[in-house]
Design a protein around this ligand. Structure first.
Ligand code: HEC
Length: 178
């Protein structure tokens, strides 16, 4: 928690100040239904609520905060991985109504996720997000839970094999090895 607080303090203000003037990264053809304005507001929600830690473009300091860009879509290879993305406390407890949180998660998966997102993945809707966010998992479960989720994802999507060790120096990943 201390790491997070420091990160927030260090990155939050600068990131949020910088992001609003920078154009969004390219949007994939498979972007889920939604108007441009909807996407823009999802991106703004991301920048305000997540970007301070995860970085403007979903890449931050992978030793501490997992990258989202180019890999977060792998989680949609399994139903458990799909649920995981919303059950994470940072996501489940975001100060957004479920329709806006669904738009944010779709932005994360379909835009930041890039080619890691399965071609046939369907967007989250408000009802699904609403259900999942009422089942957040406890942070004490995080390491074991993520390990299990990633093992299932790599099994379902072999192209995600590099993903299990996405951040060799990550304290969470290192903890898995001991
Ligand atoms: C204060 C910093 C911080 C904020 C704000 C934050 N996160 Fe995170 N996020 C983390 C850290 C650190 C982790 C690693 C696991 C943990 O400790 O929760 C993480 C993990 C994740 C993961 C799991 C990635 C993986 O590979 O397992 C996702 C997805 C995620 N965050 C999305 C979000 C979204 C979406 C938001 C905004 C609604 C958000 N986070 C806000 C710091 C943050």
């Amino acid at each position: 928690m201390r790491i997070r607080t420091r990160l927030h303090a260090l990155l939050g203000v600068g990131m949020v100040a910088g992001v609003l003037v920078t154009p969004a990264p390219g949007v994939r053809a498979a972007t889920p239904p939604g108007e441009a304005t909807h996407r823009a507001s999802a991106r703004t929600s991301y920048l305000l609520g997540c970007g301070g830690c995860h970085g403007e473009h979903g890449h931050s300091s992978p030793a501490i905060v997992p990258d989202l860009t180019g890999q977060i879509g792998y989680f949609l290879c399994t139903p458990e991985g799909r649920a995981y993305l919303v059950r994470l406390p940072n996501v489940a407890f975001a100060h957004l109504p479920s329709d806006q949180l669904a738009a944010l998660v779709n932005y994360m998966v379909f835009t930041l996720g890039g080619s890691s997102t399965p071609k046939d993945a369907r967007p989250y809707d408000a009802a699904e997000v609403d259900r999942l966010r009422h089942e957040p998992f406890r942070m004490t479960d995080f390491i074991a839970y993520r390990q299990k989720i990633v093992a299932g994802v790599v099994h379902a999507c072999p192209q995600a094999a590099h993903f299990s060790s996405f951040a060799p120096d990550n304290p969470y990943v290192m903890a898995l090895k001991h």
